[in-house]
Design a protein around this ligand. Structure first.
Ligand code: NG6
Ligand code: CA
Length: 511
């Protein structure tokens, strides 16, 4: 009898340990949530009790970065562990009719975890293109797509809420499409007879500044035109709940299917990207209008997923990560936010679309009971790029040398272990494209190369010197990037420029 008990004890210790090394992974990527947008990161304009609970049960990272200050390049770099600026495809904000921007055969987070025996699913905002060279066949098979780069299951919106087509895609097909009402999508010329931005003087102003037309659907501008597919179209105000429900049912299915097979869920919310159309139950719940109400809705989505983990008793063996694809922005075209005075990226300078910290330093919360100390913070530099190498290390997969070439294994940092040297010595951020300007970070120093259009130019106007010589900041002393040291420390500028050149030329940053 005693032998049996000892044997059982041994067995349970051994399995507890091995199971703990292969936790389920839920990676939640919010859209356009800034460093100062959650109450656990100091926000006063919104209340995020579910995210605050996650933070109090886990670790809040204070120096975590999205690889770009816009969506597509961040998501490409997250999934592949490779800077999006290394190749054209996936390096800039993609239209909704782009072909798949990550070539099948590329090592991705999903392919690594699949190799490790995980069931892999993606739910939410994709924005990485669908289909072969000719782009998506909305009425046929949408292939290649996420299922060809490592995911077993996909339920997505193709791009953004303000880009057509306004339909969900499940695995290889548009969900709920009626063959008798085929979809047509065009980003160059009008198709169908739905109204465009030309009918609305406000949106005409936007065309003037942004150079493209809008289709107006339910009073919000969308980029591109579509016709058909009426029965398959999404309802903006139900989108967050739709994604939450799909995420929860993926988790439920996996927990029932085979409890020894861990799962990986990549949940990419559309909240709080524009158009922000939170469900009516959130209307007026924040003091700062639609944007704040949208943060409340996002927090509710996270709450729905956390409750499912509670209910299914999966909490202890699930690593949950929450982060954002780029910094926050107030003036995204046609919102009521102009009326409210708060900074979504406080205390950082800049916004989405800039190279200041507000463009790419983002919230990052990680919870794994028993492995990550609760209610902690961590100041180590980490990035979304690092997830591929980190999850590979976590699950015992060996990455080949030419896979995820910009991904550093930050697992010890994630688990709060002390290390002799930081896992990631440098980091490059961009706003999109392959030519820069880039922001180059090494240790506490950061250099922003001169130039750049859009929001970066708007921000740099205040500092004309920056337009010519670039901007150098010492982040440990000046996280708000107020004191441009570019003329004071030319040697640092030269060193960082040299580093940037090397990282580009050698085609990789992990040695
Ligand atoms: C911009 C859109 C903005 C947003 C962004 C992409 C206008 C006025 N603005 O062109 O609304 O869609 O593209 O955001 O057109 S991202 O987070 O997906 O990169
Ligand atoms: Ca975004």
């Amino acid at each position: 009898m005693r032998a049996l008990v000892v044997g059982l004890l041994l067995l349970s210790t051994c399995c507890a340990v091995s199971a703990a090394e292969r936790p389920n992974i839920v990676f939640i990527m919010a859209d356009d949530i800034g460093y100062g947008d959650l109450s656990c990161y100091g926000a006063k304009h919104a209340k995020t009790p579910n995210l605050d609970r996650l933070a109090s049960q886990g670790c809040r990272f204070l120096d975590a970065h999205s690889p770009a200050s816009t969506c597509t390049p961040t998501r490409s770099a997250l999934l592949t562990g490779r800077y999006a600026w290394r190749q054209e495809a996936g390096s800039r904000i993609a239209p909704g009719d782009a072909p798949l921007l990550i070539p099948p055969g590329t090592t991705t987070i999903a392919s690594v975890l699949k190799q490790a025996g995980y069931a892999t699913g993606v739910v939410g905002k994709w924005h990485l293109g669908l289909g072969g060279e000719k782009g998506p066949d909305w009425n046929g098979e949408l292939k290649p797509g996420p299922l060809e780069i490592g995911f077993d299951y996909a339920f997505l919106m193709p791009a953004t809420g303000d880009r057509v087509p306004c339909v969900y895609v499940e695995d290889h097909r548009v969900a709920g499409l009626d063959a008798a009402d085929p979809i047509q999508v065009n980003y160059k010329m009008k198709v169908g007879n739905e109204p465009t931005g030309k009918d609305n003087p406000e949106l005409l102003k936007l065309k003037h500044t942004h150079g493209h037309d809008f289709t107006i659907i339910k009073g919000v501008g969308r980029i591109g035109w579509m016709t058909g597919g009426k029965a398959a179209r999404w309802t903006d105000e139900d989108m967050a709940d739709t994604f939450a429900a799909k995420a929860v049912s993926f988790v439920e299915r996996q927990s029932k299917a085979d409890s020894s097979k861990p799962f990986f869920l990549y949940l990419a919310t559309h909240g709080i990207h524009v158009p922000r159309v939170p469900h009516p139950r959130f209307k007026g719940t924040s003091p700062v209008g639609t944007r704040g109400d949208g943060i409340h809705e996002l927090d509710d989505t996270v709450g729905q997923v956390l409750s499912a983990l509670d209910r299914l008793k999966l909490v202890d063996n699930t690593l949950v990560i929450f982060t954002s694809d780029n910094g926050g922005v107030m003036d995204d075209g046609y919102e009521d936010v102009g009326k409210f005075d708060y900074h979504p990226n406080a205390p950082l300078r800049g916004t989405k679309g800039t190279l200041f910290e507000g463009g790419h330093r983002v919230p990052f919360i990680a919870r794994w009971p028993g492995r990550i100390q609760p209610a902690t913070t961590n100041n180590t530099l980490i990035t979304h790029l690092d997830m591929t190498a980190t999850f590979a290390a976590l699950t015992g997969v060996t990455l080949s040398n030419d896979a995820a070439v910009d991904s550093f294994n930050v697992l010890p940092t994630l688990l709060g272990e002390k290390a002799d040297s930081p896992p990631r010595p440098h980091f490059v951020a961009h706003t999109g494209g392959t030519q820069g300007p880039f922001a180059i970070r090494s240790g506490d120093w950061k250099f922003i190369q001169p130039g750049g259009g859009g929001r970066q130019a708007d921000q740099s106007k205040k500092d004309p010197k920056a337009a010519q010589a670039g901007q150098l900041f010492h982040l440990a002393d000046d996280v708000a990037e107020q004191d441009n040291l570019v003329t004071k420390h030319p040697e640092k500028v030269a060193e960082l420029q040299k580093l940037m050149k090397r990282l580009r030329e050698q085609g990789r940053s992990r040695l």
